[in-house]
Design a protein around this ligand. Structure first.
Ligand code: NI
Length: 138
């Protein structure tokens, strides 16, 4: 990475319902493992999207935030906001833990944001739980 690149982080919000259940486990094992999180419930999620780039000498901006907003809305928020996460098409087969969501959101956003631009995703599930993912190459 060269020294002129700047990390720009923008925060997005959505609300959704989910329940934690692994298809690899029995109903009893799921209930024991996930406890209250095995029951249907909801969160007000925040997603931090970090994009890294060199500021354009003309505009002074590394990232066009308006374009990023459009990409995140179309590629992510429209898919999950006010939905049951297990029923959202891009999340089929994903155990919707924060870890699972962070990786799934990366897969949705990375191609849309552009080659090498996305450098970090953070899923903030509650005030106490934050899940960060930086891609496969680290
Ligand atoms: Ni939950």
């Amino acid at each position: 990475m060269t020294g002129n690149r700047v990390d720009v982080t923008r925060v997005y919000h959505f609300s959704a319902a989910h329940r934690l259940e692994s298809p690899a486990l029995s109903p009893e094992a799921n209930a024991t493992l996930y406890g209250l999180c095995h029951r249907p419930h909801g969160h007000n999620y925040y997603v931090e999207v970090t994009v890294t780039g060199a500021p354009d000498p003309l505009t002074g901006m590394a990232v066009d935030l308006g374009r990023l907003d459009t990409v995140v809305r179309r590629s992510l928020l429209d898919q999950v906001d006010h939905r049951v996460l297990e029923e959202a098409l891009p999340l089929r087969g994903v155990v919707t833990t924060g870890e699972g969501l962070a990786r799934a959101f990366w897969r949705l956003l990375a191609p849309a944001v552009g080659p090498g631009a996305l450098t970090r995703i953070a899923v903030v599930e509650t005030a106490k739980n934050r899940f960060e993912y930086r891609g496969e190459d680290r």
